[in-house]
Design a protein around this ligand. Sequence first.
Ligand SMILES: C[S@@+](CC[C@H](N)C(=O)[O-])C[C@H]1O[C@@H](n2cnc3c(N)ncnc32)[C@H](O)[C@@H]1O
Length: 321
Amino acid sequence: MDFNSEYYQLLPKANHTELLKRQQENIKRLTSLKKGIRSLRERADCLPHLKAAHLDFSGDAVTIGKADEISLADRDKLLAALKEFMPWRKGPFSIFGVDIDAEWRSNRKWDRLLPVLPDLKDKVIADVGSNNGYYMFRMQHYNPKLVVGFEPYLHHYFTFRMLNGFAGCSNLELELLGVEDLGLFTESFDVVFLMGILYHRISPVDCLKEIKKAMTPGGTLIVESQAIPGQEPVALFPEGRYAKVPGTYFVPTGTCVKNWMIRAGFSQVEIFCSHEMNSDEQRRTDWMDFESYTDFIDPQNPALTVEGYPAPLRVFLKGIS
Ligand SMILES: C[S@@+](CC[C@H](N)C(=O)[O-])C[C@H]1O[C@@H](n2cnc3c(N)ncnc32)[C@H](O)[C@@H]1O
């Protein structure tokens, strides 16, 4: 099954006609016979009989199944499929006893949210830029009604599809949509997580305004962003790449993000966390063998990126729609 539209009934104000059209277009993409897509699909669906009995989303590692739930032959097949989904950017995971040490220790970001996390029980939630679903599974621990992941990349879509194929969480849905599609979801979400996204948007305030329209009044938005140090409400606009990452537009201070959120119409906006990045939290591992944090930072001066810009902080904010 590629997509489920039954859950739209939980989003009565969303534009169902357009969403169904998008799903049909995306089904065509997913069922394409192009070699790259076919191989992602075959990998994601290679162990359809594996259904995890043991699930634990409460700890640092999202745990789906235990080692003794599967045969040795299936374990070999599983390990090969998981390896083929490299690079693993977000994690950690433990899948039927296979431990995946991803580039990011995403559990640390999650831990920073916990002091302000709203009650997620029975809530309708959007995770924008959901990647392989790590945070969606962490949200699942709190028994939400529905979590919709917005993730336009096929690699991440198929990774999540394989993981949730094993986990069988019917209230977790990942759509091949982007933050720019949130306009289709009028007053739909009680809680929105917008993490690692804003600095990739060419118009961050328009993005926040669209998100506000997609939220139920009184809902909670959690924003996490790359940031520069400083108290002034300003943003760095790199000439090209920032920390080697293309597609980075405004890298704001925490106060700047706060003002963007206020100007987009959010109330009770607060910065609840700000911290420096480091190579212990984002690093090369056996499951991500490309460049990582240390390669993005000036080796002579860790306060600068390789381009000579201020090295990134991460800021966390919360606002009410
Ligand atoms: C920096 S990662 C952040 C992932 C995760 N939210 C986190 O905080 O760890 C950005 C994610 O957004 C996804 N993405 C890229 N373009 C997007 C778009 N237009 N809308 C939503 N997500 C997008 C990327 O594929 C990637 O998974």
